[in-house]
Write a protein that binds this ligand. Sequence first.
Ligand code: MSS
Length: 365
Amino acid sequence: AIAQEGGKLPAYVAWKDAGDMIVHTDETLETMRAAQGDALVTPSSDLYIRNNLPAPSEEIVADRDAWEVSIEGVAEPGSMTLGELKLLGSETVVAVLQCSGNGRAFFDHEASGSQWATGAAGNVIWTGVPVRAVAEALGGVAADMVFLTGTGGEEIPEGLPPESIQVERSVPVEAMEQAILAWDMNGEPVPLAHGGPLRLIVPGYYGVNNVKYLKRLAFTAEESPAAIQQTGYRVRPVGVSGDPSQPSMYEMSVKSWITGPLEDAETGEVRIEGLAMGGTSAVTGVEVSTDGGESWQEAQFLGPDMGPYAWRPFVLVADLDAGTHTLASRATNGNGDTQPETFEPNERGYGHNGWRGHAVDVTVG
Ligand code: MSS
């Protein structure tokens, strides 16, 4: 089903555009596929929400510059306030934020979790201090640190071992080259729901690694002991449980999808639009098929190239006869990776980028 009803927005995100959102639960809201359209940047009011734990209270954004983050695994570990971090300089990066489970609805094995179609993804402008600059200011990364670990600022209820529910993720330390600690999102202070006052952004990496309300940034020798790192977000065969030997949801892969038309169109020249992303390497091209993948035509990118981690809207005008047409798109990135036709099922339904699963049947006439 492509068209889905908008539901009632939970109070903490009452400022979202209800008409553009699918409310799966209070902690999981998806952007409607049609609303994604050919947007260069996803308006904050349309950006999806995925919380593993309920967000902290608004109090933490009352005095943003006073927010403290502890920095560990550097020569001179210590605590810095957001106000102090701002003095270390800033960079702006446009990066796709995408949940690991985006596309889960297109698997046939009924993977558990929110049935995201295409809308657990958005293209966002982030501004903040490069992680490199923070490490340099504190004397550099300590020896033998191979992970960059971020800890979320949610309160852990007393009595629970923190590692059982804490949102804490470790990514390979090389990702610090492009990572930033962001305080602005789309030109405004990061809304609490999206991780304000301060969020770790790891461009090119799946959403889960972009830790919200960041309270600790650590260069570590080991991966976080948190369940969300050790057993969660691991790609494994259907029926198998998660363990640390399996691949973690790190780098995103090349992907695209059509955002219109999704159901009907009139005979003649039809404007087919969609979005394409490269993952960790820029998207270089996208082809569109109007016959279920028998033939392909190169689509045109719209608007400026906003860097390797951004998505690019695309368009193809095709002459379509009356009847049902299966519209599909297939993108390629700078590494030469092209979206596969099908995507091997995995237990939790992560990382689907198969073009056939994302195809839409449109009735023309
Ligand atoms: N962070 C924190 N702190 N918490 C939580 O819960 N989640 C994850 C990220 N981070 C979290 C965090 C996820 S998982 C995701 S996607 C993201 O985030 C989302 O975002 P937004 O803003 O949209 O809501 Mo999947 O891979």
